[in-house]
Design a protein around this ligand. Structure first.
Ligand code: ADP
Length: 483
């Protein structure tokens, strides 16, 4: 079959705009697909950071009025990324977080901002740029969710459509009164369409009207068919189970490579890992004001601070280790209450607990390269990328046995240790006590250097590159186009 053209629609893309794993995926997938005869161009909003990074712009189309103001569509490049950029000052020329205002609340016009993204994505899907007619339109999360909906209700031609759910907790729900102003036809407002608990559901509409649905790990694809992880959408997902696929995310092997990582005090291959990591641990302890103790078990966390990530459980569990040789290096931002809890913990024993409440890419790398164990105690986790980086960097992941964490970390139970395949510590159920027990187990493993080194080595050689996932996406696109 000839090469495929795919339009990816995403509200963030690494390295230009990132709030989480979506950006990592959106940035890595086009490059991974290039060798598989799939040309992927990404449509992104023209945030200030995006506009500043563009080169070789070509004007594609002017919109006189796109949901409240004029807008222009550019085709451009940013580094190796091929982009369409939706340049609408009234929608995207705002500094800071792409979704939240300075008050920490959603921008009041997020419905218009992301309907515009989907609307223009659908237009490109129908041939707005004669130089790039997509075979497949691939929308990511609710922010791009209306693209398959506009395509469904619009005139042909209609490319095949895919919606990827990176996190079902974010659904894009808005007031039904917006229907006409979002240029959705009245017939879209039904149980089979965008209607969702009396309002408009962007993600719900996408799940109803896309040819394929993917989630970012096989286990999460099964979990969301149940009422707990399904978050109100499990009924629809069960109806569409035949179109649902779980494709595990890869890790960007260039951004996360301990051999070349410029943020590390010492870069390393597996053979020299022990010495280099000891050096990095000391650098991390110094940077964060922790006691320079080579024997303490240094726990690392890099995470959004939210209910989902289970860090409230960690805060409680740390009380059980007040007299143990354990240190904590936490980097995160989000929920003010969780933040306060960790701030209090750190204030009580600053040489043992260090917390940085910021978004700090270099420090994230230092924690991966310098902590002994890396914690991800999520209540649910669609895929999770930080545990993949931890595996690659030789930090032992301690994770809740859910979603993508269950798919990527092999627990050091007796059987796995004996078989020599374990890579980390996994616990279930996701409670304070189970986490505490997992940390005790981690401490015991840490005191057995031979076993610890085997866990590290297993993790470092495990393949979580984009090669396999990219093949799976390419196969899915080809399957859809052939149907
Ligand atoms: P989610 O998308 O749910 O936030 P993921 O594990 O899929 O979680 O992806 C999180 C990504 O964001 C990782 O690349 C991680 O390193 C990064 N990250 C999270 N919080 C921070 C932070 N405070 N500073 C720097 N990077 C962060």
């Amino acid at each position: 079959m000839a090469g495929l053209r795919i339009l990816s629609i995403t509200s963030e893309i690494f390295p230009l705009v990132k709030t989480g794993g979506l950006a990592d995926v959106a940035g890595a997938l086009p490059l991974a697909l290039a060798g598989l005869d799939c040309e992927m161009v990404s449509l992104v909003p023209g945030y200030p950071a995006v506009m500043e990074a563009l080169s070789g712009r070509r004007r594609v189309h002017d919109f006189a009025d796109l949901f409240g103001g004029p807008a222009r569509l550019w085709r451009a490049k940013a580094g190796p990324l091929e982009l369409y950029v939706l340049d609408g000052a009234h929608l995207y020329q705002r500094k800071g977080n792409p979704y939240l205002g300075p008050d920490g609340l959603d921008w009041p016009d997020n419905a218009q901002r992301f309907a515009a993204l989907g609307f223009v994505g659908a237009a490109i899907g129908r041939g707005l740029d004669p130089k790039f007619l997509p075979d497949v339109v691939h929308a990511h999360d609710w922010q791009a969710g209306l693209a398959p909906v506009y395509l469904h209700y619009g005139a042909p031609p209609r490319p095949k459509t895919v919606i990827t759910v990176h996190n079902l907790a974010f659904q894009g729900r808005f007031d039904a009164a917006l229907l006409a102003s979002l240029r959705l036809p009245p017939e879209a407002f039904t149980m089979e369409g965008v209607e969702y608990f009396g309002g408009i559901g962007f993600l719900k509409g996408a799940l109803a009207h896309s040819d394929a649905i993917t989630t970012v790990s096989p286990t999460y694809a099964v979990e969301i068919l149940g009422s707990e992880a399904g978050m109100g959408l499990d009924g629809l997902l069960r109806q569409r189970a035949g179109a649902l696929h779980g494709i595990l995310n890869g890790l960007d092997g260039e951004a996360w490579n301990p051999e070349t990582d410029v943020h590390l005090a010492a870069r390393y291959k597996r053979a020299v890992m022990a010495r280099a990591r000891a050096h990095n641990k000391l650098a991390l302890q110094r940077r964060l004001g922790l006691a320079a103790d080579p024997h303490a078990l240094l726990l690392g966390v890099v995470s959004r601070l939210s209910e989902q990530k289970g860090l409230d459980l960690l805060l409680e569990a740390m009380a059980d280790f007040a007299d143990s040789p354990v240190q904590l290096a936490l980097l995160g931002s989000g929920d003010p209450q969780i933040q306060q809890g960790f701030a209090r913990l750190a204030a009580g024993a600053p040489q043992r607990y260090a917390c940085s409440f910021s978004y700090d890419e270099p420090l994230a790398h230092m924690i991966q390269g310098g902590s002994d164990a890396f914690l991800v105690p999520s209540r649910f986790e669609p895929c999770g990328l930080t545990q993949l980086a931890a595996l690659r960097y030789g930090a032992i992941p301690v994770v809740a046995h859910v979603g993508g964490l269950a798919d990527t970390v092999i627990d050091a139970n007796a059987a796995a240790l004996q078989a020599g395949v374990a890579t980390g510590v996994a616990f279930s159920p996701v409670t304070r006590d189970a986490l505490s027990a997992a940390l005790r187990r981690t401490l015991a493993l840490y005191r057995q250097p031979k076993i610890w080194r085997k866990l590290q080595a297993n993790g470092m050689v495990a393949d979580f590159s984009w090669e396999q996932p990219a093949r799976q996406y390419a196969a899915l696109y080809r399957h859809l186009v052939a149907a």
